[in-house]
Every structure is written in C-alpha cells, then in structure tokens.
Design a binder for this molecule. Structure first.
Ligand SMILES: *Cc1c(COP(=O)(O)O)cnc(C)c1O
Length: 394
C-alpha cells in the first residue's frame, strides 16, 4: 500500500516545488531578537511577531526559571482532571483585567482557542459571519461548527451588512474578524462592525493575535483603539506573539461564554494544561504591562519612524495602525529578488506573493518591534533604499 501512497506524495511535493511554493526553514542559532544568527551570519530581524521584544526578556526568563524550581516542569494533565494550578487562574484573571473582560480561559495555542470556540456555542440554527481574510484557525474552527456560514470581503462593511440581512432568520448571529490582518497590517473597522452588530442584533468576536500588545495607546488591542473595551462578546489571542512569544492562547469575554467553554470546548477538555514556566512568565508579562507603557510607546515610535522614512524614500506602504508594514512591490519575482538582496545586506525579511496574497499584490512584509533600536531601523531603511534603487523600484 505505502508504495502507491509514496509515489503520490512524491508527486505532490514536486508540484509544490514546481509552483515555487515549497517552504524551507532557515536555522537560527541564537535567541529570538532584533539581531539573530542565521546560517552562521548575524542579520537584523524584521519578520518575527516579537512586537514588544519580549521573546528574550530577562524578567520573563527569570520568572520562567523560578516557576520551574517552585512548580516543576509540566502538568501531565488536562485542566479539569489535575492540571490546574493557582497560577493558571491568576493568569486568566490577568488576561481579563488587561482586556477589560469578565473572564478568560487558557489554551495550548490560539489555534486551539479558535478551534474550540464556535462548536460549543452555536448550532445549525445560528449564523457565523466571517471576514474573508480571517486566520486559518478561525476558518478551521468554523468548519467544526454546524452554524450556517456567511462571508464578507475583507473589511467590506457593505457586504457585512448584506450578510447580516441574509442571516436575520437565524437564532443567533456572530460576526468574526481578525483584529489586525497579517498581510496588509490593516486594523478591522471595529467601530463600524459594532454599529452594524447593534443594528442587526449580532454578537462580535475579534481575534487579537496581531493586535494585542500593539494596537491602541496602551496596546490593549482594537477594543482600546475604538473605545469599545468590554463591549465585544468574545476576544481570542495568543501568548506566542507580542506577549513573550513562547506558546499559549486564550479566549476572553462574557462570563457565561467562558463558563460554557470550560464545560464543552474540546481543545480545552482534551489537551494538556500549559506548563508552569509559560504561565508564570505570562503573569510577569501582564504585571509589566500594568506598570509601564514604555514598550508600546517605543514600538509606536519605531513604527512611525520606519513608515515615514520609507514613504519619504518613495516606497509604497499600506497605511496601517499596526506594527506590520507591507512594502508593496506587486510583482512576485521582484519580491523574491528584493528580499534575497536584503538578506545579502543583512536584513531578514520575507517576500509574499500569490497565493498567500492576491495576484499582482506581491510585497515584502516588515514587522517592527520594540526590540529595534534606531540604528537597526536606519540600517534596514538604508538597505531598502540601496536595493530599491538597484532594482529600479524607487
Ligand atoms: C498567529 C495567529 C493565531 C495562532 O496563534 P498560536 O497561538 O500561534 O496558535 C491565531 N489567529 C491569528 C489571527 C494569528 O495571527
């Protein structure tokens, strides 16, 4: 049997390579940060989700080490059998304080939070109305649920309204959107979504994975930006991006929603509890966020600086309120050539093209971090200008 399957797999892999879509992993031999060692060479990193520079923060490392000494390495259990330490509850409370919500529930990852949020709450009588560019984990989560599915083009409020109208006969309606969309870096228009939700009697879920810690004056996400703290029924997010970058996800929002997820959400009930070190570092991280806004301020300064200089140099950058800067090149081949030349200049970025982004919309995605110092930003901008002139982009 395996021989036939092997032949099939070999041809699938060849097809991926032929289409130029084969993903290779570059090996990093240093901690995550602004300056990393890739293939034995130092490069400046502009493609991690390490927005606040916490992935190698001494306070989080110390908290993690201390927790290992005090509470051990692993839990060897799911939460409801014997996998809940006092610290898990403390972290859940810290998350709901941060977002101004009523309660929170932890998962191994946001992929699991999104995988386990729809099926326990909604049935075939209900409607999920989803932005077309939502994250893969939302799409998979929706597939696991029997609710009727409606879709609107990215951030298109006229289409959302049409879909809300079409879903009026359903029992409950849930609008689902990413807070920040990872390819353009655009923030969802939550103010308008909120208005429509009120008008058409719908609830809202926002995935804050790329927006938490980043968007809003104090980084508390899109509900802070739009002054809608505590008004959105469901938020999901990750501890794997701005919040330290290790692992872990959460759902936070209305109390009864979280209560029911604890009873019925399958990735919560049937998957292991987060290890003490991750939980302790998470608690330390939220305590840091309460004490100072230094990292958010630096991130926002860095992002504004980078965008201004790049626009002044003549680059075409999508306007956003996130830390994602999409430098538009439009041509797929050009995006690959451009990012390869930036690598030679010691700048680590990724070029994206179809099918990851629409045809003719190839780009280099630059992710700014509070870990970047001005000299890092300047070096990146200089390299962009040098390669941009070489390839006649500017
Ligand atoms: C990264 C991301 C996730 C997945 O988060 P993990 O904790 O790494 O599983 C989910 N949703 C969105 C919008 C993301 O950007």
């Amino acid at each position: 049997m395996y021989q036939d399957f092997q032949t099939h797999l070999t041809s699938e892999l060849a097809a991926i390579k032929e289409a130029g879509l084969f993903k290779n992993e570059r090996l990093i031999a240093s901690p995550q940060g602004a300056d990393i060692v890739v293939n034995g060479k130092h490069v400046l990193n502009f493609c991690a989700n390490n927005y606040l520079g916490l992935a190698n923060h001494p306070a989080l490392i110390a908290a993690a080490k201390k927790a290992m000494d005090e509470r051990g390495y692993g839990m060897s259990s799911v939460r409801f059998i014997c996998g809940t330490q006092d610290r898990h509850k403390e972290l859940e409370q810290a998350i709901s304080r941060y977002f101004g919500t009523e309660d929170a529930i932890l998962y191994a990852a946001c992929f699991d939070a999104n995988g386990g949020v729809f099926e326990p709450l909604l049935t075939e009588e209900d409607a999920i109305i989803s932005d077309a560019l939502n994250h893969a984990s939302i799409i998979d989560g929706v597939r696991l649920c029997k609710a009727q599915r409606f879709r609107y083009a990215n951030a298109d409020m006229a289409e959302l309204e049409e879909q809300l109208k079409a879903a009026q006969s359903c029992r409950f309606r849930l609008i689902v959107t990413d807070g920040v969309f990872s390819m353009d870096g655009n923030v969802c228009p939550l103010d308008k979504i909120y208005e429509l939700a009120n008008r058409y009697n719908a609830m809202i879920m926002v995935d804050e994975s790329h927006s938490a810690g980043v968007v809003g004056k104090t980084g508390r996400g899109v509900t802070e930006l739009y002054q809608l703290r505590g008004k959105v029924e469901i938020l999901t997010g990750t501890l794997g991006k701005a919040f330290g970058g290790a692992v872990g996800g959460f759902t936070t929002g209305k109390k009864e929603i979280i209560d029911l997820l604890r009873q019925r959400s399958r990735p919560y009930l049937f998957s292991n509890s987060l290890p003490p070190m991750v939980v302790a570092a998470g608690i330390e991280m939220f305590a840091m966020m309460d004490k100072t806004n230094e990292l958010q301020d630096k991130l926002h300064r860095n992002t504004d600086y980078f965008r201004e200089k790049m626009l002044a140099a003549g680059f075409d950058i999508k306007p956003t309120q996130s830390a994602i800067c999409a430098v538009m090149l439009y041509d797929a081949k050009l995006s690959q050539e451009f990012s390869a030349k930036l690598q030679d200049e010691g700048i680590y970025v990724t070029g994206f093209y179809y099918p990851v982004v629409p045809k003719g919309q190839a780009r280099i995605r630059v992710q700014i971090s509070a870990a970047h110092e001005q000299e890092h930003l300047d070096k990146c901008i200089e390299a962009f200008i040098k390669v941009g002139k070489m390839l006649e982009v500017i």
